[in-house]
Design a protein around this ligand. Structure first.
Ligand SMILES: *Cc1c(COP(=O)(O)O)cnc(C)c1O
Length: 472
């Protein structure tokens, strides 16, 4: 170091903590943060300064109260910044579990904001002035939309399946096709959930073929119900056979056993209406004879995380009486978000405009392509000449186990690093993740892919506004 010694400070020059706290330079920090937070941050900072002084690296101007105060405020800001951030999901997977699945529509945000700070009629029946049931806030709406007798809501679909099995099949047998013993996202495996719920799994059929007789033959004195699980994240093709809900319901009725369907994503409307692949709807499944249908609220439905269970009134009544229901119930924020999302389904013609998930799934490839053309030059300028940005077609996925095989034609960018100019894809991807509103893409084949399907026009300006921060 060739700095003249006169500008270097020694440990003895360090100001005292008390003197600093009383210095006017700290008024700002102390008005923003608690004294205990400022004191703790200051102590850490002074320790660091002392260590540098002992190494002969500390400059006198670093000891000015203003300089120290600025360091403290920066450190406190960094330490206290929210960990949960809004991000740009450019992964191409619309319902991305790691990115929070469904993006909620405006109506849900407004509803949550409306009730957040107030006391609410969560379990209070305003019509009679007495204690009520929190399910009653959405149950009529769910029954109307699904053609169900009754409904209940829990924390997520895994909880829903667990509640159903624990209530209807504890210490008894549940008959499931081998081809439906699925694992969803690692943590949810049907056999494990079954065991946790206290039910005994009876597998029937083979991986690729299960027939009606397989179920009928397995029914015995300890049988509690017949279960069907939507093979969410994979498809079996070729020489296959499975028993549909209607056929299963016939067998169930003949033996007095309820048929339970874990529909996974479960849609309340037929997506074929918008040119998307058909996914069995909750109404169809009930109409085909299912006694209970469980599904997620934050997959195709486009709502908050929750598990919805609809079906026969006598069975739903039993679910509500199970003490597990109390442990798995949803809070007011979830119900505040869920109610307006469900209400959107009353106007199916307007749904693709209003429900964010459906709006994203139905964006035309032409619109996405035009958007890519519009943003191309700015993005190339922002990442600089170490990278080659190309607007290209790609395929989006719906995600969250819905319609696993079908993809949606989309458009976006493929970005490659130019080695000769010392570009690094990892560095660029890290920089994108570090933006104020992080941009999350996907790296494969030494290419960073940014799928624009989930970048709606309304968010384009915000996306562009932070691009300059990428310049390296
Ligand atoms: C997604 C899924 C689940 C789990 O639902 P969560 O809402 O994530 O708990 C269970 N079963 C099937 C078939 C699914 O697709």
């Amino acid at each position: 170091m060739n700095t003249p010694n006169s500008t270097l400070a020694s440990a003895a020059d360090l100001p005292s903590l008390d003197r600093l706290l009383n210095d006017p330079a700290f008024a700002g920090a102390l008005s923003q943060y608690a004294r205990s937070q400022v004191t703790a941050a200051l102590r850490t900072h002074l320790d660091a300064l002392r260590a540098r002084a002992l190494r002969g690296e500390l400059h006198r101007d670093e000891l000015l109260a203003e300089a120290i105060s600025k360091s403290i405020v920066d450190a406190l800001m960094l330490h206290n910044r929210p960990r949960l951030l809004a991000v740009f999901n450019l992964t191409g997977t619309v319902l991305h579990t790691n990115l929070g699945r469904a993006q909620l529509p405006e109506a849900a945000g407004e509803s949550v904001a409306r009730v957040l700070r107030d006391a609410v009629n969560l379990e209070f029946d305003l019509a009679v002035g007495a204690r009520g049931d929190r399910d009653a806030l959405v149950e009529p709406l769910l029954c109307e939309l699904a053609g169900a007798e009754a409904a209940t809501v829990v924390n997520n679909n895994a909880a829903g399946v667990m509640l159903v099995l624990n209530t209807l099949a504890n210490r008894r047998e549940v008959i499931v096709s081998r081809g439906e013993l699925v694992e969803i996202g690692g943590a949810f495996r049907i056999p494990d959930v079954m065991r946790c719920a206290g039910a005994k799994l009876v597998e029937v059929g083979t991986t690729n073929r299960t027939h009606a007789a397989d179920y009928a033959d397995a029914i015995g004195a300890r049988s509690s119900l017949l279960m069907k699980v939507h093979a969410s994240n994979y498809a079996i093709s070729g020489f296959t056979a499975n028993v549909d809900v209607a056929e299963l319901a016939t067998i169930g009725r003949a033996h007095g056993l309820p048929v339970v369907v874990d529909l996974g994503s479960g849609s309340l409307v037929d997506l074929a209406r918008w040119g998307l692949p058909h996914e069995p709807t909750v109404r169809e499944t009930l109409a085909a004879g299912a006694d209970i249908v469980a599904f997620s609220a934050d997959k195709l439905l486009g709502g908050p995380q929750a598990g919805i269970i609809v079906g026969r009134a006598d069975l739903i009544r039993r679910l509500k009486k199970n003490p597990l229901k109390r442990a798995l119930r949803v809070g007011k924020l979830t119900l505040a978000a869920l109610e307006p999302v469900l209400a959107l389904y009353r106007a199916p013609e307007l749904l693709a405009g209003r429900l964010t998930t459906l709006r994203l799934l139905t964006r035309s490839v032409a619109a996405i392509q035009a958007q890519a053309q519009r943003l191309l030059v700015s993005l190339q300028n922002a990442v600089g000449d170490r990278y080659d940005v190309v607007a290209t077609s790609m395929a989006s996925q719906i995600g969250s186990g819905a319609l696993p095989v079908d993809t949606l034609a989309s458009h976006g960018f493929s970005i490659r690093a130019i080695k000769a100019k010392r570009g690094s894809l990892d560095r660029l991807e890290t920089a994108m993740r570090g933006l104020p509103k992080p941009v999350i893409g996907r790296i494969s084949e030494k290419t960073l892919w940014l799928d624009l399907r989930c970048l709606e026009e309304a968010h384009e300006a915000a996306f562009m506004a932070q691009l300059h921060l990428l310049r390296q």
